[in-house]
Design a protein around this ligand. Structure first.
Ligand code: GLP
Length: 245
């Protein structure tokens, strides 16, 4: 696993965006694995900038997202479909038919089955990841076991609380989501995880220090990937180094 420590979050996102852009430039019909959350925002802003400046073409690109809340329709501002449309897709020349965010509405069992099928259609060339303060990747929450394939997940109290900052009140945060499974995430040809913020220090310590793979910190599985990069800023790195296990 490659670890890059940058001067700040903005630089981390520039580097992650450049990695994604380089994949698309080398393979114009690349399949991108995309993430939502506050951290990913500036990665997308950089990709939009590259597109506007004529250095990136999304016309043949396809995408698949990691997860979606159950119960939020696509037009809900906190749904991950809405996030992707507004933070990336509406601003570049991607064909929306080639973008996939699992639906959190209607027949959930059917949606999970569709998601699993969709993941298998074609390998992801590069998967962008964030990390939850509890170490979750996508919505694979800390547990005694991890699941291979897409599934419904009950969000932990800490995730509901962390994500409540995007909602008017904590009561509006969905308690369930559909997430890509661990094996599916790991099947991407390359992974790039960006982390920032002091609340992530303990989880990131588990990820970048020591050699433990621990289902109570799901991010640690990416140590097993042959082409994974973790990008963190120096402020977070210093906190990580000063944490106790
Ligand atoms: C959400 C998403 C994750 C994301 C995480 C971190 O719960 N499901 O994919 O990595 O939160 O988000 P943030 O960057 O907002 O801290």
């Amino acid at each position: 696993m490659q670890i890059i420590v940058t001067e700040n979050y903005e630089r981390s996102c520039e580097i992650a965006a450049k990695m994604i852009a380089d994949v698309v430039r080398a393979k114009p019909d690349a399949r991108l694995g995309l993430a939502t959350g506050g951290t990913a925002g500036a990665v997308y802003a950089n990709l939009i900038k590259e597109y506007r400046e004529g250095r990136l073409d999304f016309s043949k690109v396809s995408t698949i997202n990691l997860d979606e809340y159950i119960g939020l329709p696509p037009e809900h501002p906190q749904s991950y479909r809405y996030y992707m449309d507004h933070n990336l897709f509406n601003h570049v020349n991607i064909d929306k038919q080639n973008t996939y965010v699992v639906s959190g509405m209607g027949d959930i069992e059917q949606n999970v089955a569709d998601f699993r099928r969709k993941v298998q259609e074609e390998p992801v060339d590069i998967q962008l990841l964030g990390i939850g303060a509890n170490g979750h990747i996508a919505f694979n929450e800390p547990d005694s076991v991890l699941k291979e394939k897409a599934h419904v997940v009950e969000l932990t109290e800490s995730t509901v609380k962390a994500n409540s900052r995007f909602f008017d009140s904590i009561d509006e945060v969905p308690r369930k989501a559909i997430t890509m499974g661990i094996r599916e995430i790991m099947s991407a040809k390359s992974l790039v995880l960006v982390a920032t913020g002091k609340e992530k220090a303990q989880a990131v310590r588990g990820l970048i220090m020591g050699d433990v793979i621990d289902s109570r910190n799901p991010s640690t599985v990416i140590k097993l990937h042959h082409n994974a990069t973790v990008i963190i800023d120096n402020a977070l790195y210093e906190l990580v180094a000063s944490q106790k296990d």
